[in-house]
Design a protein around this ligand. Sequence first.
Ligand SMILES: [Zn+2]
Length: 434
Amino acid sequence: MTLDPVAALQDALRAPTVNDGSGSEAPAFEQLHAALREHFPLLHASLELTAVGGHGLLFRWPGASAEKPVVLMAHQDVVPIAGEWTHDPFGGEIVDGVIHGRGTLDDKGQLVAICAAVEGLIADGFEPAYDVWLSFGSDEETTGAAARAAVEELRTRGVEPWFVLDEGGAVAFDAFPGVAAPIGVVGVAEKGTTDVRLRVTGDGGHSSTPRQNGPTARLARAITRLDRMSMPVQLPAPTVEMFEQIAPYAAKPLRPVLANAGRLAPALARLLPRLGPEPAALVRTTVAITTLEGSPAANVIASAASAGVNLRIMVGETVAEVIERLRAAIGDRQVEIEVVRGGEPSPVSPRDEAFAKITESIAEVFPEAVPAPYTVMAATDSRFFYEISDRVYRFAPFRMTAAQRGSIHAADENLRVDDFLDGIRFYRRLVEGL
Ligand SMILES: [Zn+2]
């Protein structure tokens, strides 16, 4: 069968790989693996496959040298359907040159683009300069266990990747106010994702005889204090570099400010939070109150009340430090703070030769884009790879409008066919240029 990457992506989208870890997801992953085998026979014949952690796939493509191995990553699982969709989220429909479906951007577009690039290169008789590993996790949206298993497998084999490339960045349009050119943002670090629970206990009872300052009122006070607290601000090095890179493309009044971001870093760090929630998230740890629980009945006073808080921790800070800040802001010893899931921010990957390989491929395939480093706000599977590599980067080689970025984890996720094909070209260039 001749290579048809678009049909391969359509078939991949039709496998509803929502992974809740219950076991009921297995047939969907089998369907996806069968589609990959059908569309990429040369890849499956030439590469060595190891199954890791649940439904994870780890392929090794032997290169001329095993010296500087490279890992290309993507994940197979998708988040559940949310909102009202115009097209079947698992239909793989193409309408007016646009592929619709859950996972087109996050992250099956990337998964299939990697496979298509490898399949095409093998068909051309190409041998990579170094070993290329493909690591496709199966539970990125939940636990990341498959990615951790892949890291263990590589560690056992003594593989120390030269660099790792996962999802995270994009060729982003309208990413920064006043900058008309798309920015090819490559994530060089990611914030830490941590969940904590605030809990207050006390006397419950009948709602006809309430007391003041019960668990719900104390919890509410704690929440409003967190909502008003100010976290320290800083402009990290990758963000300074991003501003300097995009400065020449910015609106005139903004140009000198961005070009001197290094010198103006303290002033910019104070200014950005005033420009909206997105700029604010660039410079400080964010605190979001997400879940609330109190009494189960209208006439029952809660004897315990709790709130879930999702933290995105700035690179350079630690979970313990941030928890201490929350404790100080709340100022009430009766409010317990429990860390449900602690995720530290990642180290910062260097901007050296490996980073340049990625930005050179961006410049070739997306000449209209300005390549720039940045810090990813969300967590990706790639964070586990810092255990075996210093150079972990995050870039999905697709053009994404603000609306498309907003559709990730929401409704009407889609990818233009032409943009998907350019993504394949990016991986080809990257592997050819190793
Ligand atoms: Zn993803």
